[in-house]
Design a protein around this ligand. Structure first.
Ligand SMILES: [Ca+2]
Length: 230
């Protein structure tokens, strides 16, 4: 009976929010710390941290692209885009300009089980309409997002196929350590000469692979039936 409760607690815990990711929808916290704005160039809310250049947080409650931030060349980037979940999402770029940039961000993940399989997923959206030429653009490509766990490449959220349309992308991997830094790296659309790509991301999740969940769910059901018969 105790075991069944533990399993139920585990399942409930994973089905809420975004699994092992905290603030996976970027809805909580100030982008630039206490007292800072909710929207600005170069900022992601905690516990996310920027690891390369400056991913940008968009907030649909007060922003349309980056024009409100006073950078006219970015005017209309992601114009008219609403967040996939809530009111915020993060956008980041990859470009051969400036010697090659691949913006990235991530957070520490804990509580994984070694040898278990997990699904990494997110909703993503690509602005490939050729904007922001002075800032690494014009962005015309559909780049992947490469994901690293403890600095090891574990898979990619493959490129979108539609312009300015949210599409869910995912892959699965086997955890080789219980905790580590999960990093999301924007990449250009290859091959060389690669095309600059700018992509939004929201509803970032890391959850046990659905097959594992089904097996655990069946186990819980069996335990419940056994308990009810007792
Ligand atoms: Ca969101």
């Amino acid at each position: 009976m105790k075991r069944s409760f533990a399993l139920v607690a585990f399942l409930v815990g994973c089905s809420s929010a975004f699994g092992f990711i905290t603030n996976g929808s970027f809805e909580n916290g100030q982008v630039h710390g206490p007292g800072g704005p909710n929207f600005n160039i170069g900022g992601v809310p905690a516990p996310w941290t920027m690891t390369s250049y400056s991913p940008d947080t968009y907030d649909n409650t007060g922003a349309d692209g980056w024009d409100l931030n006073g950078i006219p060349p970015y005017n209309n980037m992601m114009q008219g885009v609403s967040a996939y979940h809530g009111v915020r999402f993060v956008g980041f770029a990859a470009s051969p300009s400036f010697g090659g940039i691949a913006e990235a961000f991530g957070q520490q993940v804990t509580g994984l089980q070694i040898g278990k399989r997990y699904r990494v997923s997110a909703a993503t959206i690509t602005d490939n309409l050729g904007r922001a030429a002075p800032y690494g653009g014009p962005y015309t490509g559909f780049g992947d997002i490469d994901v690293y766990y403890n600095s090891q490449y574990i898979g990619s959220l493959l490129a979108n196929t539609l312009s300015l349309t949210w599409q869910v992308r995912w892959f699965e991997f086997t955890a080789l350590s219980t905790s580590g830094f999960m990093e999301y790296v924007m990449v250009t659309q290859g091959p060389q000469p690669s095309q600059p790509s700018y992509r939004g991301i929201d509803a970032v999740e890391v959850v046990p692979e659905p097959m594992t969940m089904l097996v655990l769910g069946a186990g819980v059901a069996a335990l419940m039936r056994r308990r009810n018969r007792a």
